[in-house]
Ligand binder design. Structure first.
Ligand code: PLP
Length: 398
């Protein structure tokens, strides 16, 4: 018998769970866009977004998903024939590199694999070898959502400084923003890209680029930038329509206002810490399951694990089978394995991902873990005991 009726839980790494406050803020009549409240509201969101990215850098709004912001960021700093260096730690690194190639930019990749994270020494060697300083930018995913690797920006910045390379440091923070601790300015990130539907808890369709003064200089040196992607008018708008390059996405912006109120009401340090503790509860359960069966966290080193998403291997096609069981029987939707195909598992069906980003609390995580326990029992996955108590102990310690 299915037990899926009741409130569904979308435990995928974006879009994330929409808070009622965000949905309610969006449920209203169309506003006057020529004058009045919406203009002051959007102007007021700029400093609140800067306090999420921890930057004094300017912010550009785009009516686009993360892919759009990827392209927009590149379009402002490089053109056909220019080079960028992409540090790849999963499918999303490849994706950003492909976006560059589509713009005619030459994207050299260093592939660090799917379990190990970025090796700063290797990056430094590559940058030292670029004696002509041909790379305009070094691109990396703060969190690669496919592998659930967390890449600390600080050693990357240190490697660039050690190589004395002038490239911009560009971070894909789409999965990590408002989930993982991040200090754009203090950590030496020049361009940070994010989107609305993950830690920011707003439906997909809005994205943001945070721009350092050095990145503004790089834009100014470009011979030409596609008019729509150009961030210049968006970061320094003289008229309201310039914020979003045309009609503002009014209802997304109302939702974002509510989401920013929630984030700053809780406090960014507390938001990050909540994600850390909830992630540790998930890992504790996984360690207990792993002790008596085939379940494996994709990232073995806890220091390299994201606190927003967890990629898990179950073997066989058990990842897919578990996803099917929990959605059909318990109202929980898990993420698919992404970029994890191998000769033994050509469709990556042994993997699944848990999204634990954004509007998430302890009871949701404990409920989701209990559902996984039931699902593994139902489909016959051998596993260790004590997972739920291990997770509960992490929550109880706080
Ligand atoms: C979700 C995500 C993207 C893509 O965003 P879309 O909104 O789906 O285009 C890119 N990078 C990372 C790290 C992501 O998590």
């Amino acid at each position: 018998m299915t037990l899926a009726a009741g409130r569904p839980y979308l435990a995928i790494p974006g879009p994330s769970v929409m808070p009622d406050a965000v949905l309610q803020a969006m449920h209203r009549a169309a506003p006057n866009i020529y004058e009045g409240d919406i203009i002051t509201m959007v102007q007021g969101m700029v400093p609140d977004l800067q306090r999420v990215a921890m930057t004094r850098g300017k912010v550009a709004f785009y009516i686009a998903n993360g892919h759009g912001a990827w392209e927009a960021a590149l379009a402002n700093i490089a053109g056909p024939g220019d080079r960028v260096l992409v540090c790849v730690t999963g499918r999303f690194g490849h994706g950003w590199a492909e976006m560059a190639e589509g713009l005619g930019i030459i994207a050299d990749k260093i592939d660090f694999g799917t379990t190990a994270g970025i090796d700063p020494a290797r990056l430094e060697d590559t940058l030292r070898a670029d004696t002509a300083h041909s790379y305009r930018a070094v691109l990396f995913s703060h969190v690669d959502t496919a592998t659930s690797l967390l890449n600390d920006p600080r050693p990357i910045r240190a490697a660039m400084n050690a190589a004395d390379h002038p490239a911009l440091l560009m971070a894909d923070c789409i999965a990590s923003m408002a989930c993982e601790e991040f200090h754009m300015d203090d950590w030496g990130v020049d361009v940070a890209v994010t989107a609305s539907q993950k830690g920011l808890m707003v439906p997909p369709g809005l994205s943001f680029i945070f721009v350092s003064p050095k990145a503004e200089e790089a834009r100014a040196a470009m011979p030409r930038v596609s008019r729509y992607w150009d961030w210049s008018g968006r970061i320094d708008p003289e008229r309201f329509y310039q914020f979003c390059g045309g009609t503002a996405p009014t209802h997304h912006l109302f939702g974002l206002r509510a989401a920013l109120d929630m984030l700053h009401g809780e406090g960014m340090a507390q938001v990050w810490q909540r994600h850390v503790t909830l992630a540790r509860a998930i890992w504790a359960a996984c360690d207990a399951w792993a002790a008596g069966g085939t379940l494996r966290l994709n990232v073995a080193d806890p220091g390299l694990r994201s606190h927003a998403v967890t990629a898990i291997g179950l073997g066989g096609r058990n990842g897919s089978a578990l996803r099917e069981w929990v959605s059909g029987n318990a109202g929980v939707t898990l993420g698919i394995g992404l970029g994890m195909e191998s000769p033994e598992d050509p469709k990556g069906e042994g993997f699944f991902r848990i999204g634990h980003m954004g509007h998430l609390n302890a009871h949701m995580v404990l409920g989701m873990l209990g559902t996984l326990e039931a699902g593994m029992q139902a489909i016959g996955v051998q596993r260790g005991a004590g997972a739920l108590s291990a997770a509960a102990a992490v929550i109880a310690e706080g």
